[in-house]
Write a protein that binds this ligand. Structure first.
Ligand code: IFM
Length: 472
């Protein structure tokens, strides 16, 4: 059977469209006690027997704290415009309140200055899940006090670095923090209680809004926003039970975050469903949460298919499935972005994470990760489709720059476009990274020449054709 190739002319993306790669502190940094860093809830959680699939932890990870200059050189070599990274709160303020850690702050200052020296825009995330453990001892995100500690943290980081940052994200994926951390307990801090989770989600949203207000009141001009993990929800069948459950799951994942941010209220149907587990909301909270922001980030990996009968069998889709067991569904990204644009008064949107975990093999200095390469190419194409339908897209970032600690899956799952040998810490650009670099070069050349956009050859079949930009 000849390989199926899809020739597609992508538009020349706008000059100001930002191309990037992303990571987060706990997943790459290592050095959990270096220079006064305090423990995070993930340091603690990793020590619970059975919490992490391969029994690993973040103690070494990618040794990024030691190798950050080499990593910035890699990013530069890729030709991206931006690097999205997060600050480890317990590295800069070990207990979450009280004394700040000068050495921790210095580390991020060097990182930001190192990015600027290489002409790469720093996109900083304040909370990518590694809450100081000391705050967890006082209730973590379920405690309203943590909201105020977060606002102080946002102020401290912005005072120190705000003048050099291209963007500040308050929280990465509040749904994951609240639901996986406090309801199902499969992520740190490992609590299993729905009411606690819903209170945590409210405090995350409130701390986002209050932080945006506080930074604006101090006159900071850095663009501010939040990043949500979202998926379109599709009913497995047209049966009323499936449709009803799909509406509820959409309410819990998407409307629970988008409605308060853009309409100033939690969705009534979800509040009614939660009953006594709905969060306590104080007067003024919703106004704070809906404070206008400068951008919204979307992390997209797959769609969700909902069946009232129980978990849907992903293998029944007949589509490619990643090593995480997630269906490859690029058109879901277009659908999602168009729906957000249609249903809410959104600011410019970024895809702040997109990528796939696949089984990689390093051989003779190469990793032929054609599935990941095609995954990225097809999702970039899906972003272009959304733009053609009128969505204001500001950028796209690959998850992830490096193979790294994939939370409860440990080091078993690899998302990087750069391979990391965890024994030697040697970094190797995978074929997906080489493709992304070529693609960006072609985009930039087209921009400069005002010439035609590069044609991309996309493949539906692993190893079928080179998904390389073709100049025609
Ligand atoms: O690795 C994570 C990241 O930390 C948050 N978004 C999803 C990624 C893949 O699971």
């Amino acid at each position: 059977m000849p390989a199926q190739a899809i020739y597609r002319r992508l538009p020349r993306f706008p000059d100001e469209f930002v191309w990037g790669v992303a990571t987060s502190a706990f997943q790459i940094e290592g050095a959990p006690t270096l220079d006064g860093k305090g423990p995070s809830i993930w340091d603690t959680f990793c020590r619970q027997p059975g919490a992490i699939a391969d029994g690993s932890n973040g103690d070494v990870a990618c040794e990024h704290v030691r190798r950050w200059q080499e990593d910035l050189d890699l990013i530069k070599d890729l030709g991206v415009d931006a690097y999205r990274f997060s600050v480890s709160w317990p590295r800069v303020r070990p207990g979450g309140s009280g004394a700040w850690n000068a050495k921790g702050l210095d580390f991020y200052e060097q990182l930001v200055d190192g990015l600027l020296a290489r002409d790469i825009k720093p996109y900083l995330t304040l909370n990518h899940w590694d809450l100081p453990d000391e705050l967890q001892q006082q209730g973590g995100w379920a405690s309203r006090d943590t909201v105020h500690r977060f606002v102080e943290y946002a102020q401290g980081i912005t005072q120190r670095l705000g003048d050099r940052l291209a963007s500040i994200t308050t929280h990465n994926e509040p749904w994951v923090i609240a639901v996986l951390g406090y309801e199902t307990g499969i992520f740190a801090p490992g609590i299993k209680d729905r009411a606690t989770a819903m209170q945590a989600t409210h405090h995350l949203m409130l701390s986002h809004g209050l932080a945006v207000q506080a930074l604006r009141a101090e006159g900071h001009a850095t663009p501010l926003g939040i990043v949500l993990n979202l998926s379109p929800m599709h009913a497995a069948t047209d049966a009323p039970q499936d449709l009803e459950k799909t509406r509820l799951e959409d309410g819990r994942l998407l409307r629970w975050y988008m409605d308060p941010l853009f309409k100033g209220a939690y969705p009534d149907d979800v509040v009614a469903y939660l009953g006594d587990d709905a969060p306590t909301v104080q007067s003024g909270d919703m106004a704070a949460i809906s404070t206008p922001m400068d951008f919204l980030g979307v992390n997209y990996y797959s769609r969700s298919v909902i069946s009232a009968q129980g978990p849907w069998d992903v293998n029944s889709s007949g589509r490619e499935i990643t090593d995480m067991g997630w269906e490859v569904y690029p058109e879901g990204l277009t659908e999602l972005l168009v729906r957000m644009h249609r249903d809410y008064p959104v600011p410019p949107l970024y895809v702040t994470e997109n990528g796939g975990a696949f089984k990689d093999h390093l051989q003779d200095g190469r990793v032929h990760d054609h599935q990941r390469r095609d995954f990225i190419a097809r999702h970039i194409s899906a972003v272009a489709d959304a733009m053609e339908q009128g969505v204001h897209m500001a950028g796209y970032m690959v998850w992830s720059l490096l193979d790294n600690f994939e939370w409860a899956s440990g080091f078993e799952k690899r998302f990087g476009i750069v391979h990391v040998d965890y024994t030697t810490q040697c970094r190797t650009l995978k074929d997906s990274a080489l493709w992304y670099r070529d693609f960006l070069r072609a985009q930039k050349a087209a921009r400069q020449n005002r010439g035609p956009a590069p044609t991309m050859v996309l493949s539906n079949q692993h190893n079928a054709v080179a998904a390389a930009p073709v100049q025609d």
